[in-house]
Design a protein around this ligand. Structure first.
Ligand code: KG4
Ligand code: ZN
Length: 340
């Protein structure tokens, strides 16, 4: 039921960020504060889960207080709390979920459990200038997940396909490390190298794995292996390999998304997740959506990365009425788990 001027406080701690936001009616950002321990992860060449969770324990109360301060609202004006329950790192999720439960209990406000991957989709709904027309075909591309979902409306999702092995973000990260571009979360750095590469070499052609399969699944582990083989051969520059790698992964993602959108008569196409910040992906999907008559929605860059803003938004549009004792962190929650 639509409840005007509903204020939801969202909490997101699935990875190495501690993020809190307040969103009105699921669509207006009122306040948003984020603290990250990414600097430690860069130093160690990856996330050390215990370090991330300990930092989140340190950050969570100051970040909640700062968000309320920024919003100029009183605690009592918040109508509900939404929290990411998974997927993610267990220690990190525990910090967010237990803080949200304590807040909900103490302030007597309902708590809404949010799947982080569904949250990513709502990056398209906050302060957006154009309304999403349903059904919408959604490509969620994050560090750990790559899924195609048909969104028939809020809370009404159908799983279409997903990766059989590595996620798109993971493939970007592992390739960036392999090419010596960046040791950790190197997707954006690899993309920068690719965009600055002026070379072209028609001989270098990496595979487009299962692009023409008759389903909507993806597989990227073979692409990663192909990059390793080409890199070891030392015939091509790492910049050129990065450029061809990005072309290959983007081509597969866009080809299957458009094919699914046609098959399911979608009116719109939505992107979500960290990889939806990728400049080349945004460019190619825009061209193809326009060519095929789909309305494209891409989240603003700040809502591609992990954020509590879209967790609060997803909480507003997908209000579940669970008892506090039934809300538990679930590190291996998938997008398909949301689909009844
Ligand atoms: O959604 P996200 O912030 O975290 C998860 O929920 O996993 O996604 C992070 C992923 C990382 O793999 C990161 O390298 C990738 O998104 N990423 C990018 C870009 N920006 C972030 N990959 C390719 N190009 C980018 N510009
Ligand atoms: Zn994410």
């Amino acid at each position: 039921m639509y409840n005007p001027n509903m204020l939801i406080l969202g909490i997101e701690t699935s990875c190495d960020e501690t993020a809190v936001a307040i969103v009105e009616d699921g669509i207006h950002e009122i306040a948003s504060v984020l603290a990250s321990s990414a600097d430690f992860s860069i130093e160690t060449g990856g996330i050390v889960p215990e370090v991330a969770a300990r930092k989140q324990l340190e950050f969570i109360i100051p970040v909640i207080s700062k968000t309320l301060e920024q919003s100029h609202l009183e605690n009592s004006q918040i109508d509900a709390i939404a929290v990411t329950v998974g997927p993610g790192l267990i220690g990190s999720l525990i910090v967010g979920v237990e803080s949200a439960k304590a807040l909900s209990f103490a302030c007597n406000k309902p708590l809404i459990a949010v799947n982080h991957l569904i949250g990513h989709i709502y990056g398209n709904f906050v302060d957006s200038k154009k309304a999403v027309e349903f059904p919408a075909l959604v490509l969620v591309v994050s560090g750990g997940h790559t899924d195609l979902v048909l969104m028939k409306g809020h809370g009404n999702f159908e799983y279409i396909g997903g990766t059989l092995d590595d996620a798109a973000g993971e493939t970007f990260d592992k390739t960036a490390r392999l090419l010596g571009i960046s040791p950790y979360y190197g997707g954006a750095a690899l993309s920068k190298v690719a965009s600055e590469c002026k070379e072209s070499n028609p001989i270098l052609k990496l595979p487009r794995p299962i692009m023409h399969s008759n389903n909507f699944d993806f597989s990227f582990s073979g692409l990663k292996t192909a990059v390793r083989t080409v890199a070891l051969a030392k015939k091509f520059s790492f910049e050129l390999i990065a450029k061809e790698f990005e072309e290959a992964i983007v081509e597969v993602l866009v080809f299957k998304t458009i094919k699914a959108a046609k098959k399911y008569d979608a009116k719109s196409i939505l992107l979500g997740g960290g990889v939806s910040a990728n400049r080349r992906l945004r460019e190619v999907i825009e061209q193809e959506s326009e060519k095929n008559g789909f309305n494209l929605h891409v989240p603003p860059l700040k809502l591609c990365a992990d954020s509590a803003v879209y967790i609060a938004s997803a909480g507003f549009f997908n209000q579940n009425k669970l008892e506090l004792k039934d809300i538990q962190p679930n590190p291996s929650l998938g997008i398909a788990d949301e689909i009844k």
